[in-house]
Design a protein around this ligand. Structure first.
Ligand code: NDP
Length: 332
C-alpha cells in the first residue's frame, strides 16, 4: 500500500517536494486492532501549520513520518469487539491507503448523510462554523455578519447559519463564480471578490450600511484589516483562521487595530473547534436537522486518486476548492 510522509519543512508556500510517497507492507493486526480502508481523505489548511516546527495547539508533523488528518474509511478486518468488517468509521488517521487503528474511531451512520459529509458539513468544518458563529458571534436578528473565506468549507456554513438566525450576510471570497454561488444558491445578501475589488474597504462600507456586528475571520491579512474599520460598537470577531498568513515567511506588520477594538468595545476571540468537544453531539444534531430540512446546503470539491492528495492540499492556498476539499481514495 501507498503512504505519504513529510519529506521536508516548507519555507513559505509548500510544494510537492515537501511530500514523499512510499510503498510499504500492511502490518498484521494485533489484539484490539482494526484495519481501515481509506475512502475519503481530508486536506485542511491547518495542516500547513503542522508542517512547521514549533509549539502549537497540535504537535507538528515529524520529518519522515506519515501525515495524519481526518479520514473516512471502512473496516476491512477487525480484532476489536467494537468494530465489524463493513463498518464505516471516521478517525484521525494517516495519509495511507490502509490504516491500522487501535479503535479510536467514530462509527458513522451512512443513512444519515453521504459519507463525505462527515469530513465537511457534519464534521470538523461544520462544527467550527457552528461554534465560532453561535458561541462567539452570538448573532441576533437584523445584525450584519461578514465572513471571509466565505466559499470554503467553514465559511459557507457560517453564512447560512447566520441567515437562519435572521442576519444580513456579506461574504468575501476569491472568485466571481464562488460569489455567485453564495448569493444565488446559499442566500448570502452580498459578496466581495477580494481579488478584483478596487477597495475592499469601500465596498464593505457600501454593502454594510449599518456597520458590521459580527466578523467571522477565516483569512486575516488585508481583508481583515478592512473589516475591522467597519466594526460597530460591541461587535464580536470570531478568529477562526488566518490562511492569508500561513505561508508568509516574515511577520507582517499591519495597522494597529487595538484602538479600534477599544473604542468600539469589540470582542476578539480566537478559538479551536476541539475546545467544544463536549458539545459536538448537540451541534451535530442541529446541523443534521437543518440539512434534512433543506435549510443548510453544502458543496464539496472531490479530487479522485491517492496520488493527488498533496496537490489537493496545495490547491487550498490557490483557492481551487468550493466548499470542502476532499480526496476520494477508494469506493466502499
Ligand atoms: P477552505 O475550504 O476555506 O479552503 C481555503 C480557502 O481559503 C481557499 O479556497 C481560498 O478561497 C482561501 N484562501 C487561500 N489563500 C488565501 C489568501 N491568501 N487570502 C484569502 N483567502 C485565501 O478551508 P476551511 O474552510 O477548512 O478553513 C477555513 C479557515 O478556517 C482556515 O484559515 C482554517 O485554518 C480555519 N480553521 C480553523 C479551525 C479552528 O478550530 N479554529 C477549524 C477549521 C478551519 P478564495 O478563492 O476565497 O481565496
Amino acid at each position: 500500500q501507498r503512504e505519504i510522509k513529510l519529506a521536508s519543512r516548507p519555507q513559505g508556500m509548500p510544494s510537492q517536494d515537501n511530500f514523499l510517497f512510499e510503498t510499504v507492507e500492511i502490518p498484521a493486526l494485533q489484539a484490539d486492532e482494526v484495519l481501515v480502508k481509506s475512502l475519503y481523505i481530508s486536506v485542511d489548511p491547518y495542516m500547513r501549520g503542522r508542517m512547521n516546527e514549533g509549539k502549537s495547539y497540535v504537535p507538528p508533523y515529524a520529518l519522515g513520518e506519515v501525515i495524519t488528518g481526518g479520514v473516512v474509511g471502512q473496516v476491512v478486518e477487525s480484532k476489536n469487539d467494537r468494530f465489524q468488517t463493513g463498518d464505516f468509521v471516521l478517525g484521525e488517521l494517516g495519509w495511507r491507503e490502509f490504516n491500522v487503528s487501535k479503535g479510536r474511531l467514530t462509527k458513522l451512520n451512512p443513512q444519515l448523510a453521504p459519507l463525505s459529509a462527515f469530513l465537511g458539513v457534519l464534521g470538523m468544518p461544520g462544527l467550527t462554523a457552528y461554534f465560532g458563529l453561535l458561541d462567539i458571534g452570538q448573532p441576533k436578528e437584523g445584525e450584519t455578519v461578514v465572513v471571509s473565506g466565505a466559499a470554503g468549507a467553514v465559511g459557507m456554513i457560517v453564512g447560512q447559519i447566520a441567515k437562519l438566525k435572521g442576519c444580513r450576510v456579506v461574504g468575501i471570497a476569491g472568485s466571481d463564480e464562488k460569489n455567485q454561488y453564495l448569493v444565488s444558491e446559499l442566500g448570502f445578501d452580498a459578496t466581495i471578490n477580494y481579488k478584483t475589488s478596487p477597495s475592499i474597504r469601500k465596498e464593505l462600507a457600501e454593502l454594510c450600511p449599518q456597520g458590521v456586528d459580527i466578523y467571522f475571520d477565516n483569512v486575516g491579512g488585508d481583508i481583515t484589516d478592512a473589516v475591522f474599520l467597519q466594526l460597530n460598537d460591541f461587535a464580536r470577531v470570531a478568529l477562526c483562521g488566518q490562511i492569508a498568513l500561513y505561508n508568509t515567511e516574515k511577520v507582517e506588520v499591519g495597522p494597529r487595530i487595538l484602538p479600534i477594538l477599544l473604542v468600539r468595545r469589540a470582542l476578539l476571540k480566537g478559538f479551536i473547534v476541539s475546545d467544544y468537544q463536549p458539545q459536538y453531539s448537540v451541534a451535530m444534531q442541529e446541523l443534521g436537522k437543518w440539512l434534512q430540512a433543506g435549510q443548510l446546503k453544502y458543496r464539496e470539491t472531490i479530487v479522485e486518486g491517492f496520488e493527488n492528495i498533496p496537490e489537493a492540499f496545495l490547491g487550498l492556498f490557490r483557492g481551487e476548492n468550493v466548499g470542502k476539499q476532499l480526496v476520494k481514495v477508494a469506493d466502499p
